[in-house]
Design a protein around this ligand. Structure first.
Ligand SMILES: Cc1cc2nc3c(=O)[nH]c(=O)nc-3n(C[C@H](O)[C@H](O)[C@H](O)COP(=O)(O)OP(=O)(O)OC[C@H]3O[C@@H](n4cnc5c(N)ncnc54)[C@H](O)[C@@H]3O)c2cc1C
Ligand code: SF4
Ligand code: SF4
Ligand code: SF4
Length: 364
């Protein structure tokens, strides 16, 4: 049964895929109920207090913010009473350290990936990767829910260049850490050919090697794999004493090992392989046909339109999304109705750690 949809950043999609691949070994049956993974493009993320403090310092009342867009060198904020553009320089230094070591820009392990770059304003760039992602996009287009255009060569180049810059810059940082004898994320593609790995390491080692060293991206996969862990302010925290000999959290963590090629094969992602973008079948520009959606959506509203369509067409029963409160604090939530999906439209540039909800609140 595959009745759940999930939307997340590349690191959250990596966490989801690893949990799904480990479902039999770690008895995480619920992970298999996610049948649709829509990933976002992502250059970086901040802790919520940091974003809030930055905006408040510039006199912005968060309740008045309609949309925030981070691009290139600036943050553009649409308010209910106007528009403000702030330099990104003030915020860039506070980006999570984990993001500076991240080697995925386009959610390479998703069924369908969606982002801004590579499309005109008001459109979303859509990378279709899996067979059923392709079927979904075709059906949504045929049903008139989304409008689709081919991307031209210049747009594709812009997408590839942006992905390349992130990955090369972060690879240099990782190599620098290796030279200094520091810990790095084991984003291994070659040497790991199967899961699970046996680690023999427990939460203390996960904490020392991944959290203390700044590698933790707040994906929440460890907490999804173990009820002893809760996510607090974007960090995994131990709630109870661990039984001896347990190494589930260390195994589940995407930053202790991520066998990308194994996961690509497991989820039938495929077609062409492009450096820095991953495996894909089609790359398109798309936007929701509903004008109403454009007012709230981040770009073309393709994500919201695809999730809404999946719900109404019976492809999924529920979706796990990231929503926000009046002060733009993100929270993860299960949604089952079209209006709830629309409420979650728009990007929040702070981590929401949705994966643990799959364990604690999934009704499957
Ligand atoms: C932290 C972050 C960084 C991004 N960086 C880039 C970038 O550098 N370049 C680029 O081209 N695109 C980036 N994006 C993607 C872009 O902002 C849009 O999300 C994407 O283009 C989809 O637009 P849409 O109108 O189709 O989505 P919408 O229809 O508006 O739907 C947005 C969806 O995103 C989900 N969402 C919102 N915030 C979060 C969050 N914090 N974590 C997980 N899910 C969330 C919601 O659940 C919602 O379903 C980023 C997104 C995020 C969240
Ligand atoms: S680690 Fe940071 S840059 Fe990478 S996907 Fe997660 S939030 Fe985005
Ligand atoms: S009990 Fe949970 S937190 Fe402790 S080692 Fe096992 S998986 Fe990790
Ligand atoms: S420690 Fe937990 S939250 Fe952090 S990267 Fe690993 S799995 Fe994700």
């Amino acid at each position: 049964m595959s009745r759940l949809g999930f939307v997340g950043t590349p690191c959250q999609i990596q966490g989801l895929r690893k949990l799904q691949a480990l479902a039999d070994n770690l008895e995480l049956g619920w992970a298999k109920n996610v049948g649709l993974a829509i990933g976002l493009f992502c250059m970086g993320n901040w802790s919520y207090p940091c974003i809030k403090g930055y905006l408040e310092k510039h006199g912005i009342e968060l309740e008045k913010v309609n949309r925030a867009t981070i691009s290139g060198y600036e943050v553009e904020i649409s308010l209910s009473n106007g528009r403000v553009v702030l330099p990104l320089t003030g915020l860039r230094k506070y980006v999570r350290l984990a993001c500076k070591l991240c080697l995925d820009f386009t959610s390479e392990l998703a069924d369908v990936s969606v982002g801004s770059i590579g499309s005109p304003r008001g459109w979303s760039t859509v990378i279709v990767r899996s067979a059923h992602g392709e079927e979904l996009v075709s059906k949504a287009e045929a049903a008139g829910v989304i409008e689709v255009r081919e991307v031209n060569e210049a747009q594709l180049k812009k997408l590839e260049e942006t992905a390349r810059k992130k990955i090369e810059r972060n690879t240099r940082r990782i190599l620098g850490r290796i030279r200094q004898g520091m810990k790095i994320p084991h984003y291994s593609t070659k040497e790991l050919q199967s899961l699970p790995i046996v680690s023999g390491k427990d939460f203390k080692e996960l904490w020392d090697e991944i959290v203390v060293t700044g590698l933790c991206d707040a994906c929440g996969a460890c907490s999804a794999a173990c009820e002893h862990i809760e996510m607090r302010n974007g960090l995994p925290r131990l709630r109870k004493r661990c039984p001896t000999g347990c190494d589930r959290c260390y195994i589940a963590c995407t930053r202790t090992a991520l066998p990308v090629e194994v996961l690509e094969r497991s989820f039938n992602l495929g077609g062409t392989h492009a450096p820095y973008i991953g495996r894909y079948r089609r790359i398109l520009a798309a936007r929701a046909t509903s004008e109403e959606l454009h007012a709230r959506a981040q770009d073309g509203g393709a994500v919201t339109a695809l999730i809404k369509f999946s719900l109404t067409a019976g492809i999924i029963d529920e979706a796990l999304l990231t929503c926000r409160n009046e002060e733009w604090e993100p929270f993860a939530v299960f949604v089952g109705g079209a209006s709830e999906v629309s409420r979650c439209a728009g990007s929040v540039y702070a981590a929401s750690s949705p994966l643990p909800l799959l364990r604690t609140q999934s009704s499957y």
